[in-house]
Design a protein around this ligand. Sequence first.
Ligand code: AMP
Length: 423
Amino acid sequence: MSAETPAKKELAAIKGTKDILPGEVEVWQAVEAETRRLVELYGYRELRTPIIEPTELFEKGTGETSDIVTKEMYTFTDKGGRSITLRPEYTPSMARAILEHRLDLLPEPMRYYYIGPMFRYDKPQKGRYRQFHQLDIEVFNEKDPAIDAEIIEMADALLRTLGVEGTETLVNSVGCRACRPAYSRDLRSHAEKVRDRLCPDCRRKIATNPLRIFDCKVEGCREQAALFPKITATLCQECREHFARVCSYLDLYKVAYRVEPNLVRGLDYYTKTTFEIISGGLGAQNALLGGGRYDDMMKDFGGPDICGIGFAMGVERLISVLQIRPERKTVLYIAHMGDAGKRKGLELARFFRRNGVESLVEFGSKGFKAQFGRANKLGAAWVLVIGEDEIRKGLYQLKDMAAGTQTEGTPEDLLKIIQDKKI
Ligand code: AMP
């Protein structure tokens, strides 16, 4: 089909979504496997929830003044008349599942992770998609600032194991319900004085959530925000001590970080610690991951008074700064001649696969030369040759494509050769 055919246009993927094709998917698989391995070393267990949730969950959890809820949700009414939303982030789903199944009553530590798609109706651009993937990490019921530091250290360790370089870790405290209201009032009166110099969005934020003016990327707003009072100066004693201990544990872990008093993050629920890891290689959307504490969410959901902390990392952004490019090549290509050769090939493919060797049999009838050509194209490490002679003797030829050598043997002998070389 040519590129101009209307059918092709109609059937294109939705704007802001992407196919992950073979060739690229191997990188995803490697990242996912390494991530699972590492987070499980810290005691995290996977918790999977549905992609669709009641809209109210995010209104309550993510917060009614957040950009996500006000502008970016994929919401629809289902046939039963319920308002449903494709999850834009994972934390509220995790909190809901915990309450629904009362995981808080189990004896094990409440450490959970998940890797999967999220949906936000935002303007697509580099590093910002409408369907994207996050690694989500959450810990519940742990007040100790040591966990704040451990989570940041784990994020840092994950990026190091994956070979990501040139990142910067930013940390801040956004206070709690005891100290933040006074700060918000102070900020509101400062912002009010420079209202004319703020963008329309920030003018709205003065009334709804003035802290989020710090999130604005408009230059004029940034200039004004830089002159606003800093939250770190107005934290209550508990928040101040908590933050000091987070920093001291980070020092203990030797994690390099910078205290960034303007780091407030785009979600409404954060309390105390917030953090972000940014990468110079990402362009305008420079946050690889972001997170923080949310000590009031469970309570606000009508559940027990259990605190929480976590982060979400964007997998697309992570992969865009990775150097690894694992390749997947055919291991064993089975070339054959005649009907009996084909039947023997199918049988032997089953034998090799059962013994853990990825094998491919040519289905059509081609000459050996063409079959070797194809094996070469596929980058096959080995070619097994089955002709009339081989079938009669029960001994087959195995060619090592890199070395150019050929060995004769029974399927068991040849399997051993392949296994010993561990390709
Ligand atoms: P957030 O849930 O907004 O705190 O985002 C956490 C991380 O998810 C960000 O640091 C990004 O890496 C990633 N992320 C958020 N929104 C998008 C998006 N629209 N497209 C791609 N990645 C995103």
